[in-house]
Design a protein around this ligand. Structure first.
Ligand SMILES: Nc1ncnc2c1ncn2[C@@H]1O[C@H](COP(=O)(O)OP(=O)(O)O)[C@@H](O)[C@H]1O
Ligand SMILES: [Mg+2]
Length: 363
């Protein structure tokens, strides 16, 4: 039976380091439901590994509680927590072959003989390594080593799986392949998983829910779609994909909407939680793909900000345009340029965009 993970107000301070006291994790509240895959996403140094190590019991929290399957395990030893931990560097035993590496954890649990052989064969089959039992780690590619690391952990049928940047040592193509394999395995075995990465695309593609961390704290959590479409801050918007931040002024506020002007063109956007008032200088966040460029406006269009193409970057399936408008450089992207046509550098254009695609944040 899959078990859930819960962190209640977990903090970790590393005291007396060469940088003084380091607050690696600050009052972290986190729930991973049984069978769910949640990603901790954030830049290097934001406390992701520390959070995982606390759940695994490799590190004691300075305060807060760790609950697994409803039981408080904060004071339990790591080997009593029934947790599988997949490390960034695989941590395989170099002198053991694949079979020995994978069966190691079973042997420790007292599983032997035919049952051990069957369970190892089953997981090697699951991760696509059948027939490789006799190979040693140095005879395997990076991707195969990561599969062994995964097999070694799932063979013990842990209650929860923790993965710390498991794909960061693989090349881009393998990374994409392995992440969908991990997701497939995680789903089919219904394994509660907490997955750490600094790669936003990986997080969006693999997760039921994403928790974005910044300096030891949660910035935002939600489904991949929520995080991408409704980022709660410039930090989240910027970290997850590309985003423009347009300088704008609040014209008026009405109910849960605000009318905001950029380049003297008014847009109606959802009002943020923070209180804003007419005349206030704010930023409008908008994704590059939410802006359409055109060289003249149709009858049905309201007014649109004007701009000048400052740079054209041709990328085959898409073209990226940097457009100067309102004193800033606005990034836009046009997919399928062969059908849609190409704008030239220095060409004057209109930026067609909708208030519904914008997010108002305070400056
Ligand atoms: N054992 C330690 N001693 C002192 N500082 C540490 C230790 N482990 C991590 N830190 C610090 O805690 C912060 C968070 O680190 P970490 O959890 O490894 O971040 P991430 O995995 O997100 O890159 C960093 O500033 C890091 O330098
Ligand atoms: Mg880390």
């Amino acid at each position: 039976m899959a078990k859930g993970i819960e962190l209640k107000g977990v903090s970790k301070v590393f005291r007396h380091t060469e940088r003084g006291d380091v607050h690696a994790v600050k009052h972290l509240d986190l729930v991973v439901q049984p069978g769910e895959l949640v990603t901790l996403l954030g830049p290097s140094g934001c406390g992701k590994t520390t959070a995982l190590r606390i759940i695994a019991g490799f590190e004691n929290p300075t305060s807060g509680r760790v609950i697994i399957g409803g039981a408080d395990v904060t004071d339990s030893m790591p080997n009593k927590r029934n947790i599988g931990f997949v490390f960034q560097n695989y941590a395989l035993f170099p002198h053991m072959n694949v079979f020995e590496n994978v069966s190691y954890g079973l042997a420790i649990k007292g599983v032997s003989g035919a049952e051990k052989r069957e369970r190892v064969a089953h997981v090697l089959d699951l991760v696509g390594l059948q027939g490789m039992e006799k190979r040693f780690p140095n005879q395997l590619s990076g991707g195969e080593q990561q599969r062994v690391a995964l097999a070694r952990v799932i063979v013990t049928e842990p209650a929860v799986l923790l993965l710390d940047e498991p794909l960061s040592n693989l090349d881009a193509k393998r990374r994409v392949q392995m992440r969908s394999e991990i997701r497939r395995l995680q789903r089919s075995l219904n394994m509660t998983s907490l997955y750490v990465t600094h790669d936003q695309e990986e997080a969006l593609s693999i997760s039921d829910r994403v928790v974005v961390m910044n300096s030891g704290e949660v910035e935002q959590e939600g489904t991949p779609q929520e995080i991408y479409a409704r980022p709660a801050s410039l930090f989240v918007a910027d970290f997850i994909g590309k985003v423009n931040s347009l300088p704008a002024e609040v014209v008026r506020v009405a109910g849960d909407e605000a009318v905001v002007a950029f380049e003297s063109v008014e847009f109606t956007v959802a009002k943020p939680k923070a209180s804003i008032t007419a005349g206030q200088q704010v930023s409008l966040l908008i994704r590059p793909e939410a802006i359409d460029l055109c060289d003249d406006l149709g009858e049905e269009d309201a007014r649109a900000p004007r701009g000048r193409i400052a740079q054209v970057t041709y990328l085959g399936e898409k073209i990226e345009y940097d457009v100067e408008s309102g004193g800033v450089v606005v990034k836009t992207v046009s997919f399928d340029p062969a059908r849609r046509g190409v704008f030239e550098q220095n060409q004057n254009v209109y930026l067609r965009m909708q208030g519904g695609s914008m997010i108002l944040v305070e400056r």
